[in-house]
Ligand binder design. Structure first.
Ligand code: SF4
Length: 427
């Protein structure tokens, strides 16, 4: 007999009740096999309201075989990024036929996004986060927003980050992600494929253990993490479709303008400035001014999209201390070279409140200020001043050796013994 989902009792309940229901659900299904998890999700939890998302990669056949046992007509969405190996496209057809899947739908990027942000098809080289965003996250968002939840093929063993993956997750936009294979090991995948005689991805036996877009996938050596071949050499492990709030992937609003200095390079800024008439409850990738946030706190906290906070001189950051974790980015406004109040705000947010997200400087950001800003915990700089851009790009910034107002634990004030004075790290 089907088990009743505890989540059903928690629908329209406060967030903590829903979160508790998800925990109860995970407890109930901790020992359940993947087929049982998916069957419960399809028949009890979200009947006719669940989408399957598959990359048709190296392991996808296992989840799709389980899907076929529950309902061959379930919608299966394939992110057709336009960058796949031809072998992957052929494999989609093979699995449709072999498993009898009758509702496989290809999701393609918006041609206007491609024309605007990636006209020559090389965005993956310069800004893979934005490339994944327009080719994967945006098309998927538009589709799954019509469903109460979606099913992924993620597994705990794949990466450290996925090491605690549960069967059911509640996302910040109030959807449920179902991960029937969460507890599968690498060996379980192999055993399952052999047991049911399932066709391998044509590239699997050539050393491709995790297969995504062709430009971002490479062969994995014996003993390497199976996903080590994805975005090799880049500090990137996920395409963004599984991120939430603070892991928000960049939305390229202005790919042609590489004004945001982050992690040692200039990239397109995914955020835009707040505009009059914006709705704080539905804006995306926008820095909401602190007073606007305070006046609309409930609406912003309920906004499912990634948003940032704009702190200007005179704003009392103490008032948002407990809400900082909600923001994917906090922007400190430096309206003029002589106004130093932003430094104090940055230090409070970074040092005292322990904010872990992106802390950026906006406004009058000049080369001489950047090292001082970095000392206060600012990691990202929105730069419009061309000489400053050049200085950052060339790594030619002044260092700070004398501290009248020391920060952190390594700086000592001017006048103390010279051997105690240390220069801060270069930005
Ligand atoms: S995996 Fe690579 S090519 Fe594919 S969307 Fe992401 S960055 Fe672009």
């Amino acid at each position: 007999m089907a088990q009743t989902s505890p989540l059903k009792f928690a629908q329209s309940q406060p967030d903590h009740a829903r979160a508790g229901a998800i925990m109860a659900l995970n407890g109930m299904f901790d020992d359940m096999d993947a087929l049982g998890v998916l069957r419960h999700a399809v028949t009890e939890l979200l009947p006719a309201d669940l989408a399957i998302v598959s990359s048709f990669g190296a392991d996808s056949v296992v989840l799709l075989h389980i899907v076929a046992q529950v309902d061959r007509a379930l919608p299966v969405y394939f992110l057709e990024t336009g960058k796949h190996f031809v072998e992957t496209l052929a494999y989609v057809e093979t699995l449709k036929e072999t498993l009898g899947l009758s509702n496989v739908v290809a999701l393609r990027p918006d041609p206007r996004d491609i024309a605007r942000f990636d006209p020559d098809g090389t965005l993956w080289e310069t800004d893979p986060d934005s490339c994944c965003h327009i080719r994967k996250t945006e098309p998927l968002d538009a589709t799954v927003s019509g469903f109460g939840g979606w099913v992924t093929g993620r597994k705990r063993f794949q990466t450290t980050e996925r090491g605690v993956l549960p069967h059911f997750e509640l996302t910040s936009d109030d959807r449920i992600k179902v991960n029937p294979l969460a507890y599968f090991s690498d060996a379980d995948i192999t055993t399952y494929k052999l047991k049911y005689g399932l066709p391998e991805h044509p590239l699997y036996n050539m050393g491709y253990k995790s297969i995504g877009c062709a430009p971002c996938t490479s062969v994995v050596a014996e003993g390497e993490d199976p996903r080590a071949g994805r975005w090799r050499g880049l500090n990137k492990k996920e395409c963004g479709i599984h991120f939430d709030f603070n892991g928000a992937i960049a939305k390229p609003m202005a790919a042609q303008e590489l004004n945001l200095y982050k992690d040692g390079k200039f990239i397109a800024d995914p955020f835009r400035a707040w505009a009059e008439g914006d709705d704080p409850g539905s804006v995306r990738y926008t820095h909401i001014p602190l007073p606007v946030f305070l006046a609309n706190r409930e609406a912003v906290l309920a906004n499912p999209h990634p948003v940032g906070l704009l702190v200007s001189p005179g704003d009392n950051v103490e008032l948002v201390r407990d809400d900082l974790g909600r923001f994917a980015s906090v922007a400190i406004n430096f309206p003029g070279f002589t106004d130093g109040r932003g430094y104090s705000s940055a230090r409070l947010i970074a040092e005292r409140y322990g904010y872990q997200g992106e802390l950026r400087a906006v406004g009058d950001v000049l080369a001489d200020q950047v090292p001082l800003m970095a000392r206060c915990g600012i990691t990202t700089f929105l730069v419009r001043h061309e000489p400053t851009k050049k200085a950052l790009a060339d790594g030619k910034l002044a260092t700070v050796d004398l501290f009248y107002q020391p920060v952190g634990k390594t700086e000592v004030p001017v006048g103390t013994r010279p051997f105690l004075r240390r220069a801060v790290e270069k930005v």
